[in-house]
Write a protein of this length. Sequence first.
Length: 323
Amino acid sequence: MPDQLRRPAGRTAFVSTAAFEGARIRAIPSAATDALLSALGATPVHVSSASFGREIDRGRLDGAELPTSRARQGWDLAANVTFFGKANTVVANTEALQELTPDQRDVLRTAAEETVRHVVEDPPSERVMARGFCASGRVVLASPAGLAELRRAARPVYQQLERDARTRSLIERIRSMKRSQPAAAPGAAPCGDAGPPDDVKADARSPDSFDGTYRWRLTAAGARRAGAPADDPDVGSVNTMTLEGGRWLLGEGDPHYSGTFEAKGTRLIFDWPGEGYALTFTFKRAEAGSLDLKPVLPMDRGDQFVWASGQWRRVGPPVRDVP
């Protein structure tokens, strides 16, 4: 099934080989993708989806190859630098397939055919997705000279792939299809400014205004909203968060679950030395100083569940010393 086109996005605009030089780019494991990123001057990095946000917060990643719809808030997306189109495939070994009845196999094949037909007839619009991303990031375009430079850098990868006769034939078929198609409609337009979203650019607030003890219950419904298992062992427990003077403590006093935090605009940013990363949330004040938090993605689903699946109800002033 054809999926979205993959593009480079990150802390900088990847529109030239100079931008790629030395950058650590997250890539889905693939020999061809690794070869391409290396040819452009970058270092391909393989991390799981669950660790993706953490590695960014730790400063270990400069960007990623991903579709427009999944570009991270505050990043630059190079909308006319296309690495490849992703394809999704369902795979079954012979033993598993033979365990299905003929009717069940027919259902699978019919579903596959109808899914492909739907995606081909109604593909997502790159322009629409880019406009949506403009609310939180910046869409940039490589110049003709920049694109030519990137194509030259990628040539050795094509030469390597074309050593295989079948791959060479497929590449030529793709090129032939491209030549036979009418000119493509205009793609995504550039947008956004060079800075982060407005709620990040706003002046810092005094963290003292958040001082207090907060509690919230972890529920199965909250786990499902966060994408965590509904039978998570933490379901049913009550979290206690103490905020005091720009420092935080989650729980009863274990220094591992503590750190510092800052408030900028509508964001709370919790630095967590024990885990080596930071968690960022947008927030709204509720009645009596309680807080409604919303994770700024990407973020581990377990962290989303534990930290932000319920309203932080302020129950009083700080009741514990924060390390």
